[in-house]
Design a protein around this ligand. Structure first.
Ligand SMILES: Nc1ncnc2c1ncn2[C@@H]1O[C@H](COP(=O)(O)OP(=O)(O)O)[C@@H](O)[C@H]1O
Ligand SMILES: [Mg+2]
Length: 276
């Protein structure tokens, strides 16, 4: 094969890989669609019921309470959509110092109802101080979502999902762990996990089939950020994925917020200015 043919094939492979990543992203959005619809129905029910309550009761206290509930429900809906938008945004390769605790919370807004329905208890171990890395927030959200969805799928009878975030300044890294009490992974599968198309899930059934691209995408994104991702697992006990990313300058940490939070803060400032 001539060198120009090799170059052409390499170009095609790179093109197909990026298409696959895009397809994987859409699959994850699809997996979220039903829980997000459900979430929005809950928000609307709250808004409608409290609007009725406010109309029926003319006293100040009832009306204040109704407005507070409606505001909270609206803000929750807004967090979901801004989280989703920053997640689905394409083509942006920009990296910013981002607090991974904020990013984790943004992802959880999208899945917490689904976890609750699957009887998965959530244990969050996020530090009070920001723990930042220079990241593309949309890509890292996708990584975290993939890991959380895998964990949920590994616990068909329910269980506990533990998310841990910690800074390790001495090594210059931050550590993000996603741990479940699910089925675990057979030792002979462990070495194949991150290969594209490796899956133990069937395509048919309850719409929980896999394409085997989630973890390969996770590794690609994490390594592009000069990080690493490893898996430890014990059959019948559970699985833990650990991501390490370079820790960002602590000064950058002061201003780092996720896209969703930035939008909300901007809106809040806007409304204060309008009110004042
Ligand atoms: N938390 C987990 N617990 C048990 N097995 C897992 C877990 N995460 C991933 N796996 C295994 O790794 C395989 C590949 O995962 P992934 O690349 O996300 O593809 P998919 O989820 O589409 O199968 C899964 O099919 C499953 O066998
Ligand atoms: Mg998966």
């Amino acid at each position: 094969m001539s060198s120009s043919e090799v170059a052409e094939l390499q170009r095609r492979i790179a093109e197909l890989e990026s298409l696959l990543l895009q397809a994987q992203k859409l699959t994850t959005v699809g997996e979220l669609a039903s829980s997000i619809t459900h979430e929005f129905n809950n928000v609307l029910t709250t808004v409608i019921n409290y609007a009725r309550l406010g109309l029926r009761n003319s006293d100040q206290a009832s009306r204040d309470k109704a407005f507070e509930k409606i505001l909270a429900a609206g803000q929750r809906a807004s967090r979901i959509t801004t989280g989703l938008l920053s997640y689905a945004r394409r083509g942006t390769t920009r990296r910013e110092a981002t607090d991974l605790a904020v990013l984790t919370r943004d992802v959880l807004v999208l899945v917490e109802k689904e976890l609750e329905q699957a009887r998965v208890r959530l244990e969050l171990k996020l530090p009070e101080q920001p723990v930042c890395s220079e990241i593309n927030a949309g890509q890292l959200q996708q990584v975290l979502l993939n890991l959380v969805v895998n964990a949920r799928q590994a616990m068909p009878q329910g269980g506990t999902l533990t998310l841990v975030l910690a800074a390790e300044p001495k090594r210059g890294v931050l550590m993000l762990q996603v741990q479940d009490t699910g089925t675990g992974i057979a030792p002979e599968h462990l070495s194949k996990l991150f290969q594209p198309f490796f899956t133990t899930k069937r395509a048919e059934g309850n719409g929980q089939g896999g394409n085997g691209l989630g973890l390969s995408m996770c590794r690609e994104v994490v390594e592009a950020h000069r990080g690493r991702i490893v898996c430890q697992s014990e059959l019948g006990k559970g699985t833990r994925f650990t991501i390490e990313l370079p820790l960002a300058d602590p000064h950058a940490a002061q201003v780092a917020i996720s896209p969703a939070t930035a939008v909300l803060q901007k809106r809040a400032r806007g409304s204060v200015q309008r009110a004042g």
